[in-house]
Write a protein that binds this ligand. Sequence first.
Ligand SMILES: Cc1cc2nc3c(=O)[nH]c(=O)nc-3n(C[C@H](O)[C@H](O)[C@H](O)COP(=O)(O)O)c2cc1C
Length: 390
Amino acid sequence: MPHLFSPYTLKGVTLRNRIAMSPMTMYNSVDGRMDDYHVMYLGARAAGGFGLVFPEQVAITADGRTTTSCAGIWDDSQIESHSRVTAMIKRMGGVPAIQLGHTGRKGSEIPPHIQTNAQGTWKALPPDHPDGWLCVAPSAIPYGGDHTFEVHALTLEEIKALHRSYADAARRAAEAGYQWVQLHFAHGYLASSFFSPLANHRTDEYGGSLRNRARFLLDAMDAVREVWPEDLPLTMRLGADDMHPDGIALDESIEAIGWMKEHGLDLADVSLGVNTDDMVGEAPWGIPGLFVERAARVGREIGIPVSCSWNLGNPAVADSAIREGKIDIAMLGRPALTNPHWPLYAARELGHEDPFSMLPADWGWWLRHLVGDEDSIGLPPARRAGDSAH
Ligand SMILES: Cc1cc2nc3c(=O)[nH]c(=O)nc-3n(C[C@H](O)[C@H](O)[C@H](O)COP(=O)(O)O)c2cc1C
């Protein structure tokens, strides 16, 4: 029976375990490039045992970033900076993955830790600000909340050009050494906003029916499939539920994921729409394994490998979701920030027979062989036979 630490093979790629570091925007790039910061931070997570390591949403065009400090891969000159990251992740035993995306009407922001407004949320910058730009969208409807500035409704020509940008970005990603691609179709960014009736009011072939609203996503997949190596996984993260009566519902997402499978999708990561701040009632943020049941339904009904994030940081929750066959991979966001050695921590918590096997071989050797107090190695005391499960 597979568990959190079982290897996982998809296409020609084998992960050493089912633990992935979920993409997280880091606001540490200059001109979209990766640098020592990313080599350090992502290499540390690979050294800590994460099987699959994503940097952040990487922009397919300059105006597809969240802020001017975000990463991109819209130009060949950026490839080498990504290669340094992929080389370090591989050296530490991980598989380097890339999330390709375009922020659409949620771009042109200032990094949240630099300036927040009175509500404690971050602000969009106006198009005429030196670090801002005119955001693009399916329809000329601003996101709302902090994003009230005018947005530009994409023309059919511009949509075509964006699909070429997806393909160019994927070609560069393969050249840079990434072995797994995830298209970002979630969280209210451009593709997600095409998919959602909350943002997409178009009347051409990219709007209206579910099939039309899925067309932008399917065209992006087709464009990437053309250039992305056949033996490497092509995956996507879908905004599968807007949690709003007029937004995307899971049933529609399941239908669309079925179409994506026909277009060559290898794995679906099931996440939120976030096409509005106005979600129904209180979004249930506090529930452990918040998206596990939704992902399990996608897997069951479409017959495709699935993953999800959201509240899987308790090792027992992540492990049981895999043991029960509900998800194939556990994606961890915040736990990867707080604990680069989360896989080691989880292995000790879950009573793995050799937790130090999560770490590089030389560290593992010393940790197994250096004599000392077990409870003084910098981790919570390990569970011992007879302890009750957490
Ligand atoms: C700092 C930060 C940045 C994030 N940036 C991205 C991103 O670039 N792309 C994405 O799909 N999700 C992003 N997310 C969401 C995470 O990938 C993940 O889905 C979310 O944190 C829920 O997982 P968790 O409960 O393990 O934190 C971000 C989350 C955090 C905390």
